[in-house]
Ligand binder design. Sequence first.
Ligand code: FES
Ligand code: FE2
Length: 412
Amino acid sequence: MRLAEKTIAALKGRRPGYTLPREFYVDPDVHQLDLDHIFYSQWLFVGHDCEMPKPGDYITLKVGDYPIIVVRDRQQNIRAFHNTCRHRGSRICSAAKGSSVRLVCPYHNWSYDLDGRLLFARDMAKPFDPKLLGLKPIACETAAGFVWICLAAEPPDFEAFRAAMTPYYAPHELGPAKVAFESTIVENGNWKLVWENNRECYHCTPNHPELCRTFPEAAAISGVTGAAEDPLIGEHWERMEQAGLASGFKIADDGQYRMTRMPLLDGATSYTMSGKDAVARPLSANVTTPAIGALLTFHYPSLWSHVLGDHAVTFRVLPLGPKQTMVTTRWLVNAEAVEGVDYSLDDLTKVWTATNDQDRRIVEENALGVASPAFEPGPYNAKHEGGVIQFVDWYAATLENALSGRARTAVA
Ligand code: FES
Ligand SMILES: [Fe+2]
């Protein structure tokens, strides 16, 4: 049987409410399907506008086999290109981030403008048409301070997500914020194990002493059901709406993304050891209401984030292979906030640095266990792991639709 048919059969045959079969966590062929039909097809969060404040500022990343550059052009637009020279294919920018008036390939110095046009290619025989050899563009959007790309030739709709997220995010002004700290860790586990772990807090009490000082482990907070029926959450939503902060629970029709605003544990305002703010200045001057809790977002397969009153923390998930995932965490604060005056990096980053490392260990142990030929799918806890069930259902439906031709997933 061909791989696509075999995978469709495995998805159709999986037991609902149970983990995926072993091959989905370990098999290089299934991983290639994940790349082709998810990471090369869906919109991906790559970074923040504020990381590229001036024309020429860029960040680079790699999605599967695609090296990518994201750059601000002279008209202030953020654009994305394949980081592959049109001469003999060298990578043009090798740094993780930088700033340059032109994008110059280090191999033979072909030079590209910030809009991707080829400006200079020394001594090429005529006829030579530089217009045919600009950098290949990648679909790129910005929304509320988040930059997104999509590698598909015909990207899926982005506007519904923009419309859903904007009311929640607009007051927080992440566009002009600053990244106070960024960390990248590699977890030796399939990207879906990283997400499964993220989508529940059943594991929080035994594993996350620092986070549990402020983040409630209730399933209604991290999951996708029960929030509207929870009186504490209802009270919080009411107080937030009165303060002009969009609340409630917004989930995409296909389950790809969700936004909601959740209270932290009593008396806590931020993810610190004390529960008090880590940053003396509010993230946005527009939002000074005390104890706004956390604006929680996920967008499969590449982003989850928390926006608090004093800072925001965003997480980008990119697979490095079938058994390896990179997680990049950014802590955003008010652009005017000064390290050592308004905040200490240690206080700001301590809880999530510890939590990330604990989650890495959890994912790696999970990965070692599911790699065993003795592993068979086990039942999720319906009360505490509803969020995981929702993620796995989204993944299975997305992959199955793509493989059976019900969704366009052509790669550029
Ligand atoms: S490969 Fe880029 S200039 Fe030759
Ligand atoms: Fe965790």
